[in-house]
Design a protein. Structure first.
Length: 180
């Protein structure tokens, strides 16, 4: 079933929409959540919570890209779950590698610059400025939380090339932030 039809089911409040999303994107959502939380049980719970969130938020939201919207919902829930687990010291093995991404976004000067900027607009412009290969690598690493090894295997390139593309992309993002 295509995304427009699934969104139409949500808009008409047809519960078949939930099953359609689970069927089409459930494996992807589970994979993203598991990479973040490190736990199959937490990942499954995140998927169920994400489906409930989609039901509650569509409408009024009408996503242009249901796959991206679903992944954003699952990422947010998985990070909340991870934060909760770490705060309660329930999981010492969970880790999410950001390879310096956080240093670009969360250093004090960048935070101050981003205070009055719509980060989603800045990030969208940044992603559009990347070449296709760099954009795919960046998204696989920082959105889908794939490891460098997984990215290299999936895209048939060396790990050093993946690392290099990520390093250049992070620097380009940092330059974008400091231009704002």
């Amino acid at each position: 079933m295509d995304d427009e039809r699934i969104v139409g089911l949500f808009l008409s409040r047809d519960e078949a929409a939930i099953e359609a999303v689970r069927e089409k994107y459930g494996v992807l959502m589970f994979g993203v959540a598991k990479k973040i939380t490190g736990s199959e049980a937490d990942a499954e719970e995140c998927v169920n919570d994400a489906l409930l969130n989609l039901w509650r938020n569509i409408p009024p939201a009408v996503p242009r890209n249901l796959r991206a919207y679903s992944c954003q919902v699952i990422r947010n829930l998985a990070f909340k779950r991870l934060t909760y687990s770490l705060a309660k010291k329930r999981s010492v093995n969970s880790s999410v590698a950001f390879d310096g991404f956080e240093a670009v976004i969360f250093d004090g000067e960048a935070e101050a610059r981003l205070e009055n900027v719509d980060f989603s607009v800045l990030l969208d412009g940044f992603l559009r400025s990347l070449g296709t290969q760099s954009r795919v690598v960046f998204m696989k690493r920082y959105f889908f939380m794939d490891s460098i090894d997984e990215i290299a295997r999936d895209l048939n390139m060396s790990q050093s090339k993946v690392k290099s593309l990520l390093w250049r992309a992070r620097n380009k993002l940092k330059n974008s932030i400091y231009r704002e």
